[in-house]
Design a protein around this ligand. Structure first.
Ligand SMILES: [Zn+2]
Ligand SMILES: [Zn+2]
Length: 418
């Protein structure tokens, strides 16, 4: 295959089986979030670049190294959506959702684009699902958002565990940031190259480093710097998690790489997965909407999660449509079979018909690969008002009156009606 006709590096083609799994997960996440009152929002695949640069923050990997930015023919700088929250905040402001009954609960399922270093399971285009609860500063909003994530993972068979922390607010975070900078400045020579740069741009990210774990152990703990309001907020969130029997632990090193996070940050993990156990990440972002044009204070809390990442951890049978199909084999010119298959489909069943011009024998062979039942249409029995129906599992054949055929199949196969 010629190199220029390959798919771009880090992207994938979603083939039918994988597509079924994605769709099943989409239905599940949409269903769970709808039970909690979240309505779906779909924002454009690209936004004006400022939405992400101002919304997500200059000092982040997403903005610095990973965004796909282009200038269109009109000279406007556009960026393919690298994450969900900034775009949702932009839509919240643009549609004046502050005038809606509060809070506003939004769910999304959308492709995201990041030029990440290629590695297993990381794609430059991937699907993220998430929720945003906008308009509440109350700690119960944080607990609700975490509960939604826990419920989604529970419903795909996980036993989720929550790691939670607070990044403080404008009162206490600056003091903590100072303490952190002072601590790491004392150890500057020991820091990795990335962290030496982060120390100037985004010092909280130092706690994220996978290389400097030894230094992290001695770093100051933000809990010692929380103001009273931040401590009360954290205690409120975790008390509700406890009341719901959600397993949670505080992780003092848990910080999110995006500048807009405020107070609560959390990850929901499946401990059975070992090192790569985080499936959902989120937090509170009280200042975000102001960065993309909101006038008043617009608190929000939400999470985002990779759909393909979660699917990788689910069993192969997840989302596979096991509903049996009917194969309508053609005898003669094929009109009867074609119409019969059509009637079966109108009744909500799945039916295949030969479009290869195969012999009856070859059709039966094909049917065995794809169907559970075969109807033979167009032969002698058909002319007499009956159709032989073969159950491929047992090998037995029954003759069914044409008027009863669809009902007979529906009873055995089960219709796929909305
Ligand atoms: Zn480092
Ligand atoms: Zn505080």
């Amino acid at each position: 295959m010629q190199e220029q006709y390959r798919r771009p590096r880090g992207t994938q083609d979603v083939l039918p089986e994988a597509s079924e799994r994605l769709e099943a997960l989409r239905r599940l996440t949409r269903g769970v979030t709808a039970r909690y009152g979240y309505g779906e929002i779909q924002t454009p695949v690209f936004e004006q670049t400022a939405v992400f640069v101002d919304g997500v923050g200059e000092g982040t990997d997403i903005v610095q190294h990973e965004r796909y930015t282009f200038t269109d023919a009109g000279g406007v700088s556009l960026t393919l959506r690298p994450e969900g929250t900034a775009a949702v905040a932009r839509a919240y402001v643009e549609h004046n959702m502050a005038t809606w009954p509060q809070p506003v609960r939004l769910y999304y399922w959308q492709p995201m684009f990041r030029r990440e270093r290629p590695q297993a399971g990381r794609f430059r285009q991937h699907t993220q699902y998430g929720i945003e609860l906008v308009g509440s500063e109350h700690f119960s909003a944080d607990a609700e958002v975490i509960a939604v994530g826990v419920r989604i993972l529970a419903e795909v068979g996980k036993a989720p565990q929550v790691l939670v922390n607070s990044m403080g607010d404008e009162v206490c975070r600056p003091r903590y940031r100072e303490a952190l900078v002072s601590y790491y400045t004392d150890h500057f020579e020991a820091l990795c190259e990335d962290c030496q740069a982060r120390l100037r741009i985004n010092p909280l990210r130092l706690l994220d480093c996978k290389r400097d774990v030894g230094l992290k152990a001695g770093a100051p703990d933000i809990a010692d710097y929380w103001c009273e309001a931040c401590r009360a907020h954290f205690d409120g969130v975790t008390a509700l998690l406890g009341a719901m029997d959600v397993r949670w632990t505080r992780d003092s090193g848990l910080v999110r790489g995006l500048d807009y996070y405020h107070r609560t940050v959390f990850e929901i993990q499946d401990p059975a997965l070992g090192a790569q156990s985080t499936l959902i990440g989120g937090g509170r972002y009280d200042g975000l909407a102001n960065r993309v044009g909101a006038a008043g204070r617009t608190p929000g809390v939400g999470f985002g999660a990779g759909a393909e990442r979660l699917l990788l951890t689910l069993p192969p049978e997840y989302g596979q449509n096991r509903r049996p199909r009917v194969f309508v084999a053609r005898v003669g010119d094929g009109q009867d079979a074609f119409l019969c298959a059509e009637q079966i489909r109108r009744a909500g069943l799945a039916a295949d018909v030969d479009v290869m011009g195969r012999s009856l024998k070859a059709q039966m062979k094909d049917a065995a690969r794809r169907a559970a039942w075969v109807v033979i249409a167009g032969g002698r029995e058909w002319a007499e008002g009956r159709a032989p129906v073969r159950d491929l599992a047992s090998g037995s054949t029954e003759e069914v009156a044409l008027g009863d055929l669809v009902g007979y199949l529906a009873e055995r196969v089960g219709a796929d009606r909305p």
